[in-house]
Design a protein. Sequence first.
Length: 482
Amino acid sequence: MTLPQKLSTSWQPIRASSISLVDQLVDHLGTRIRNHGLRAGTRLPSVRSMADESGLSRFTVVQAYDRLVAQGIIQSRRGSGFYVSPPAPSTIPSSATRPGLEPDAAFDTVFLLRSMFREDALPNFSGSAGLLPASWMDHEMVATAIRSVGRSISRSLVSYGVPKGLKALRQQISLTLHAQDVPAHPDLHLMTVAGVTHGLDLISRTFIKPGDTVLVEDPGWFLVFGRLAALGAKVIGVPRLADGPDTQSLAALAEQHRPKLFITNTAVHNPTGHTLSAGVAYEILRIAERFNFLLVEDDTYADFHPGAPVRLAALDRLNRVLLVGGYSKTLAASLRVGYVAGAPALIDRLVDTKLLGALTTPELGEHVLHRILAEGHYRRHVERLRTRVDHARDQCIKMLLQAGCAIPHEPHAGMFVWADCGMDTEMLARRAAAAGVLFAPGVLFSPVQAPSSRFRLAVSMVDDSKGWQTLEALLKQANHSM
């Protein structure tokens, strides 16, 4: 039997240093292990021996060893001591790397999502994910709220929380919605979710069975199409016009297919940036009542609208409308907190689905959001952000028009421009992606994946001169080849 090699040390700490004793020992041992190529299994001095040799307390040595274990440099063997860990792989095997867009590969929802959320994604890729640049956000406001929450709460952070979500946050959201004429009682009509995507997923899994028909907008948010298809639903598109869904088509499709749901993005529609008119809103509610289906109102981008937009939930008084909102687009993408407002019986069913899937939503983020809303910072932040987005959108529209694109109906608000370049935008998107610029072609926003000359561009592109130059060159090249 071969005994393990033992790491010897004659190291002494520097007592007067600004670097802590724990950090000094971690750096010394880590450097010795990495630079001397010690083989895996080499044994470190025991805690007692290291403490005696270096003149440190055993507590200090234990802290240093624990930190090295957490870094994967050493490993602990119960009852035996600490040993050098096998080296971690320094490169990713070629078989594990993510492929780029091949010439004949599908430019589909999966490709776009994978590209948007790659660890090595380029900065301009985040705009295609529906995210504003980090530099546009108020980091200090969020950081201050996090620090404040950390100081003021303790026991609640280690509990599951309640199924409907943090009550103080529900009360704050209720106040906001009441001010916008949506009668949401915090205990009856509201539940928290981990963002709008989670809310729509809960609704779909609660109310849709395989074979059910769901109406969506065309164009509409492509992620909804994929989720519904995965549930086995029959997805039917309703044409989206500048003032809202085409109500004649909606009525005809509802009579023919008898849908369970109609999912609509009423305020600052994705991808067009248009907002529902009052007349169309009343007609949608009349059709939904006539054919007895639920309305799901996606409110993701409503805070970019100047003033309170027309909402189905306000007109319907939360009778057959489920309103889904969140704060990721305006505060921080990692702050996954949103809400669903609806009739008490519908909310109870959604809470049951939430419990079965994830028990509760994490309360830490809910406490942070509540602090930001309750202290009045959010309203002022959104006003500043909206002004910046509006200015960037105006610039983006001018630049697209100069590049030869058409915009038949300019967006009312929001962080996207829905432009027409006069050619199949899937081919254009392929060329742009190959050059490091990602935008969403119109085919993705069609529930039947119909080719389109439209594309959605994030207005933050105006701050990316290199990306814009690439896109502009591709557009001019496409126009010359037609």
